[in-house]
Write a protein that binds this ligand. Sequence first.
Ligand code: ADP
Ligand code: MG
Length: 156
Amino acid sequence: MTLHWPDEAATAAFAARLAQLPGTAAAFIALHGDLGAGKTTLVRHLLRALGVQGRIKSPTYAVVEPHRVDAREPALDAWHFDFYRFDDPREWEDAGLRDLFASPGLKLAEWPAKAGALLPVPDLDIAIAPRDDDSRDATVTARSALGRTLLQGLAP
Ligand code: ADP
Ligand code: MG
């Protein structure tokens, strides 16, 4: 599915729709695109729409930033990964990343390619590309049965 997001409000509207799908709470969503494409922006709007309150820090120096929404029933765990600076596979074991990916909850990963084959196949790939007018093209691809369910729920 290919989408056009004219401005950040369009990104936020997409995030709000994604947040409403039940399957999102258990999905692994990989985010692709160059620096400044809008990956973190999408993550922030999605976490906000899911009920995360307070400041939403970027995990750039920590690889992973955990979030929890206790107000939901059941409570929602969400992990925001940024593998931009990931260069040593030992980080994968040391930070317990394998366990996080095996846990229930939402996983959002920027720069998944930098973690190479350590990452499981995502449910959804979202690739974001800026146009010259600063709007964004977004391509959403399903990679699993859950991903296909999400994609159907997102179809206009
Ligand atoms: P990334 O995480 O991909 O490096 P960021 O989300 O940190 O990128 O930064 C993207 C920048 O582009 C932010 O300044 C944000 O306000 C802007 N932006 C994000 N989405 C859109 C959009 N759909 N249209 C216009 N600007 C956007
Ligand atoms: Mg980012």
